[in-house]
Design a protein around this ligand. Structure first.
Ligand SMILES: *Cc1c(COP(=O)(O)O)cnc(C)c1O
Length: 392
C-alpha cells in the first residue's frame, strides 16, 4: 500500500500492536517490571532469545508505541524516547563521539546543548568547533582527521538563522561524518532532516510534539542499528528514559500535531506581517517573511515557515520590558510550541548566560523579543500585541 500522508500518520501511524479490547486510545502500561510465566522464560528474555519486556528502563510497551510513531512520522527506521530533549541529545552524542574525537557544531545551538558540548570537552576530551555553517568551504577547512560528527540546529533560536541541510549532507558524505540534526523548531510536519540525508534527527518533544506545555521529553530517530546502539550504549546505563505516562501524553499530543502546526504557521504569517508594518517595530525575523535573508532556503527545505517570530522594538531594553509588562493575554515564559502564545526576552532570559559581546555578534540585541505564536485566534493575539505596542 502507498504510504499515507503525514497528516494521517500522526493519527494512524506505525503501531506496536493493536490495542486490546478495541480500545481507540493506546493503553498506558504504568508498570516498572514485567513478570515471566516461568524461570526458563525469564532466562530466555535476559539472554535475548525471546522477544518481550523485562523492566521498564529497558523498554515499555507505551514508550515503544511512541517510538514507532515518531519513527514513522520522521520517515526513519527506529525511534528512541528519553526523559527530556537534553537526555536525547546527550544519549545520542555520548553514543557517537568518544574521547579524542571532534565534532563540528553549528553556531547558535540551544544553550544547554552548548553546555553539554562544553562538558564533553572538559571532562571527556571530546573536542568541538562552533561554526557559522553558511559556507561549504569554511566548514571543510575545519574538518580534522579526528572529526567524527557534524551537529546542526535549523532554524535557530532566536534569530531564526538556517543551515542548508542538503549542503551539510554533501559534506558529511564526502568526509564520512555522522550527521545529526535538532529538528525541535520545525517539528516533523514542517521539516524532515532524514529526507535530506541526516543520520539522526533529535527533538525536544516538550515543544511542538507534546504541544500542551505539560511534558518534558526528548526523541531521536535514526537507523535501527544506531538507535539500538544508543539504547544499549547510553540510555540503558545512564537511565534517562521516558516514563510511560509521559509517553502516553505525547501519543495523545502528536495526533493533533499536523493540525496545530498549520494553525501556528497561519497565525505566525499573519502576525509577522502586522508586526513588520507597525511603526514601533524595528525589525522582524521570520523565515516566511520575503525580506528574510534566508527566505529562499527556508522555502526549499521546510514545508512551511513555523510558529516562531522574533522582533526588535524601537527603544531598546526598556521598551522590551515595558511591552512585555503591558501584555494581558500573552504569557511571559520560555519554552515554545504550546497552545498559549508565549513571549520571552532572550538577552535577559534564554541567552542571559551568553556574554554581551557574543550575544551582539549572534544578532541578539537588547530589544529583541521571541514570540512563540499559539493557537488562539490571530485577531486576539494581535489585539494584545497592538494594545501593548500603543503604550510605548
Ligand atoms: C528546548 C530545547 C531543547 C532541550 O529540550 P528539553 O526538553 O528542555 O530538555 C533542545 N533543543 C532545542 C532546539 C530546544 O528548543
Amino acid at each position: 500500500m502507498k504510504k499515507r500522508d503525514i497528516d494521517t500518520r500522526v493519527i494512524h501511524g506505525r503501531s506496536l500492536a493493536p490495542p486490546p479490547h478495541g480500545s481507540l486510545s493506546p493503553p498506558l502500561f504504568q508498570t516498572s517490571t514485567f513478570s515471566f510465566s516461568s524461570a526458563e522464560e525469564g532466562a530466555q528474555r535476559f539472554a535475548g532469545e525471546q522477544e518481550g519486556f523485562v523492566y521498564s528502563r529497558l523498554g515499555n510497551p507505551t514508550v515503544q508505541e511512541l517510538e514507532e510513531k515518531i519513527a514513522d512520522v520522521e520517515n526513519g527506521e527506529a525511534g528512541l524516547a528519553c526523559s527530556s530533549g537534553m537526555a536525547a541529545i546527550s544519549a545520542v552524542l555520548t553514543s557517537t563521539a568518544s574521547s579524542g574525537d571532534h565534532v563540528l557544531v553549528s553556531e547558535g545551538i540551544y544553550g544547554c546543548t552548548y553546555g553539554f558540548f562544553q562538558l564533553m570537552k572538559e571532562r571527556y576530551h571530546v573536542d568541538y568547533t562552533l561554526l557559522n555553517m553558511e559556507d561549504e568551504q569554511t566548514i571543510e577547512q575545519e574538518i580534522r582527521p579526528n572529526t567524527k560528527a557534524i551537529y546542526v540546529e535549523t532554524p535557530i533560536n532566536p534569530t531564526m538563522k538556517l543551515v542548508d541541510l542538503d549542503m551539510i549532507h554533501r559534506i558529511a558524505k564526502k568526509y564520512n561524518l555522522f550527521y545529526i540534526v535538532d529538528n525541535t523548531f520545525s517539528s516533523p510536519i514542517l521539516q524532515r532532516p532524514l529526507e535530506h540525508g541526516a543520520d539522526v534527527v533529535l527533538h525536544s518533544a516538550t515543544k511542538y510534539i507534546g504541544g500542551h506545555g505539560d511534558v518534558i521529553a526528548g526523541l531521536a530517530v535514526g537507523k535501527n542499528d544506531f538507535i539500538s546502539h544508543v539504547r544499549k550504549a547510553s540510555l540503558k546505563d545512564m537511565g534517562g528514559i521516558l516514563s510511560p505516562f509521559d509517553a502516553w501524553l505525547l501519543l495523545r499530543g502528536i495526533k493533533t500535531l499536523s493540525l496545530r502546526m498549520q494553525r501556528h504557521t497561519d497565525n505566525a504569517k499573519l502576525l509577522s506581517k502586522k508586526l513588520k508594518d507597525h511603526d514601533k517595530v524595528k525589525k522582524i525575523y521570520y523565515p516566511g517573511d520575503t525580506g528574510f535573508a534566508q527566505h529562499v532556503l527556508a522555502a526549499k527545505q521546510m514545508d512551511d515557515f513555523g510558529g516562531l517570530i522574533s522582533f526588535e522594538l524601537k527603544g531598546g531594553k526598556k521598551a522590551a520590558a515595558s511591552f512585555m509588562n503591558q501584555l494581558k493575554m500573552i504569557k511571559i515564559a520560555v519554552s515554545l510550541g504550546d497552545a498559549e502564545t508565549l513571549i520571552q526576552h532572550p538577552a535577559t532570559m534564554t541567552h542571559a548566560v551568553v556574554p554581551e559581546s557574543v550575544r551582539k555578534e549572534m544578532g541578539i540585541s537588547d530589544s529583541l523579543l521571541r514570540l512563540s505564536v499559539g493557537l488562539e485566534s490571530a485577531k486576539d493575539i494581535w489585539a494584545d500585541i497592538e494594545q501593548a505596542l500603543t503604550t510605548l
